[in-house]
Ligand binder design. Sequence first.
Ligand code: ATP
Length: 235
Amino acid sequence: MSLLEVKDLKIHYGGIQAVRGIELKVEEGELVCLIGANGAGKSSTLKGIVGLEPHGGEVRYAGASLKGRPTHRIAAAGVALVPEGRGIFPRLTVAENLAMGAFTRRDQAAVRADLDHVYGLFPRLLERRQQTAGLLSGGEQQMLAIGRALMSRPRLLLLDEPSMGLAPLMVQKIYETIQMVAREGVTILLVEQNAHLALKLSSRGYVMESGAITLSGPSAELAANPQVRAAYLGE
Ligand code: ATP
C-alpha cells in the first residue's frame, strides 16, 4: 500500500480544466517530485490532495480515502502542505508562527522537543524567534513555513515551490534542509518549476504538462531524458 495514492484526479475552475485525470503514487519514506511549467496544474494537484479544491477522482492516504474529508482533518491525519507563497502569519513572531503549527497537539512536552528540533534545523529561526515574521527575508520565511509544517509532526509533507523567488545560496540551504527532513523519515512530495534541483534531490519524479502527467520515472532517468532536458533543464 502506498502512503499517497492519487487516481484520476480532476480539478476545474469554471470552464478551465486545470488537472485532467492524473495518477500519482508516493511510497512511505520517498521523496518524489512533480515538475512542470507555470500553470501546468501542480499547485492545483496539491490543493486537491489536502481538500482545498473540490475534485473528481480519488485520493487515498495510508489506505483510507480522503474524499470529502475537511482539510483540518487531513492535516490532523499527518498531511502538511507548505503552500506557494508560504502562508505564514506576517504579524506574528517567528515563535508564534511555529506554535500555530502545533496548536491542535496536546502533547506539550513533545511539542517543546519538536520546537527545539526545528530550531536545530534552522538556527536562523532561533536567532529571530521574537521577530515579526513579515520582516523576515524570503528565505527565512520559507524556513519558517517548513518549520511550522514540521511542528504538526507530518507523515507526508507537500512542498509547493520552496525555491520560488529565492537567491541561489538560500535555495541551496532550503534544499539541504528538505534533504535532512527526508532522511528523518518524513515522506515528501515536492512541487517545483526548478526541475534541475528537484530531480537532483528526489528519487522519483512526475512531469506535468497542461493538467496531465506526461512522463514519470526515476529522477536520474528523467534528468537524462532528452525531452525533459530540452523542456525543463534548459539544454
Ligand atoms: P504555478 O507554478 O504557476 O503555480 P501550477 O503548475 O502550480 O503553476 P496551477 O496553479 O495548478 O498550476 O494552475 C493550473 C491552471 O489553473 C492555470 O491555468 C491557472 O491559471 C488555473 N487556476 C489555478 N487556480 C485557479 C483559480 N482559483 N481560479 C481559476 N483558475 C485557476
